[in-house]
Ligand binder design. Sequence first.
Ligand SMILES: Cc1ncc(C[n+]2csc(CCOP(=O)(O)OP(=O)(O)O)c2C)c(N)n1
Ligand SMILES: CC(=O)[C@@H](O)[C@H](O)COP(=O)(O)O
Ligand SMILES: [Mg+2]
Length: 594
Amino acid sequence: MQKRHLDHINVPKDLRQLSVDDLPQLAKELREFIINIIATKEGHLGASLGVVELTIALHYVFNTPDDILVWDVGHQAYVHKILTGRKTVFDTNRQFGGISGFPKRSESEFDTFGVGHSSTSISAALGMAIASQLKDENKHHIAVIGDASIASGMAFEGLNHAGVTNANLLVILNDNAIGIDPSVGALKQYLTNVKKGTQKQDNIFEALNFNYSGPIDGHDLPLLISELNRLKTVKGPKFLHIITTKGKGLKQAENDQVKYHAPGKFNAKTGELIVKSGSSQPPKFQDVFGLTIVELAKNNKNIIGITPAMPTGSSLKYMMKEFPKRAFDVGIAEQHAVTFAAGLVTQGFTVFCNIYSTFLQRAYDQVIHDVATQNLPVIFCLDRAGLVGEDGATHHGVFDLAYLRCVPNLIVFAPRNEIELRNIMFTAQLGLDHPIAIRYPRGRGSVIDWKTPFETLQIGKGIQLKEGKDVAVLSIGSIYKNVENAIENCKYTGTIAHFDMRFVKPLDESLLHHIFKTFKAVITVEDGTVVGGFGSAVLEFKSKYDYSAKTEVVGIPDEFIQHGTVDQLQKVSKMDVDSLVKTIEDLLLSISSS
Ligand SMILES: Cc1ncc(C[n+]2csc(CCOP(=O)(O)OP(=O)(O)O)c2C)c(N)n1
Ligand SMILES: CC(=O)[C@@H](O)[C@H](O)COP(=O)(O)O
Ligand SMILES: [Mg+2]
């Protein structure tokens, strides 16, 4: 039987004992190792399979961790994790209490920079390279960035700066011509021309003062190693362009790169996806958005849809197929997406700008300066709001209620279920006087028959879901389901009322006056941070009108919640049904004894 190299490798020092001739065999073993684990544990597959050779070559040639390696996004860093001390715990990847799916400084000295959001690697590595210069250290600094991520404004800002320094920085462009969905834009066309040899004008990266080399085959280990060794001797900013195949080594992943970006469970031997069958289930919120915008766009020719690089994740792909001229994938460019939407709105269009809650953080100034200050009625649809699960701390959409609530002019709404999402989309496209942010969670809702006739929602109006007399529980968004279940499970269920406040801004003040005048105690529940969110808004109201009802705020505590299933993370945040039962019953007890 052939000797398995991977069994003897725990850290890059072990790897450096192998000969270059041994490395292709190691690449094969690494692919098998990753496929076997991700097939059952799930995670980002295609990107890591595509950089097996690159990762081996980097740790082989450079003296990591003294030489500094920064991964962009970090979803492609599984090989890096396995070769840097985490092989034996790799099966805990993205699981509760296990290692993170992204590089994380607290996890390993080889993880030089925490990532998850894209396009940060060049700036971070440049900062490290300049720091090394200032400290008189002789190190190499390498940023590995994908073709979709390098098209983002932030990456260009880093290149623009690096090009006027003599920092010892190597930027490696891992060009597989795809992000999660196919890459877009003029830069993509430029890179294609470079690869075909039809690019006649100056090389962009050389024009920015980088010493450019490539494009070379990123799966050719001896070539990669000799090129990296050569680049080690070149001073100043350098740029290596490599061509790889996303999903390399698993036929299905190479053929369907979108699906196998993060395929869920699959058969490790055949590569076939394991599709859950069984009774019909509620739709994903993203599909309610994607199918509803198509429905609305059929009758309203003014409607435009925008996504920054997430056509599949947001389901805007349906509109892109049906109305290609009115639906835009602008690439990983959240800032541009927001201001592009604002521009379209100034010209009378009705624009749905769909951005994952966590990624909108990057475009905060555009929301305030370009949209809200001018009161332009952009319709923001913020997908993946609340806890997202296994992607963890970098991806939870738990800050949006707090960071949006303080912006003047903005309406902030969270649908309780699919029907409410549909109805608020319908209401918003009829024409609002203000911009609106509609935030909804990852995954499925709670209503199977969601395609009900459209209804107009009244802006700023909450509703009562259940009668009661002592305690009022006020929820916002889809977390209402946990509240509903908790109330059903409480000992004195009849004494507990439940309200869906729907709007965090404007707050339904008349309903709140009624609640604070009627109930002895109030509990607010949100799947967002307790600092400055919905509960804070209710506390501000209570303080302003000097109400005395005992009030408790339930939500995400003031800390970064890590990775795990949503159920596990809700427990951590005391938002699961059992914890809610306890909170409600404790409060009932305290008011009955006071
Ligand atoms: C700011 C931001 N927007 C969107 C995403 C979602 N996202 C994660 S990976 C990815 C595609 C990255 O493509 P590329 O850089 O080409 O790397 P590849 O997956 O091809 O290795 C996107 C859009 C993100 N992580 N960060
Ligand atoms: C790495 C990254 O940012 C994306 O791949 C993200 O994990 C997508 O999340 P969804 O699976 O919720 O679309
Ligand atoms: Mg790519």
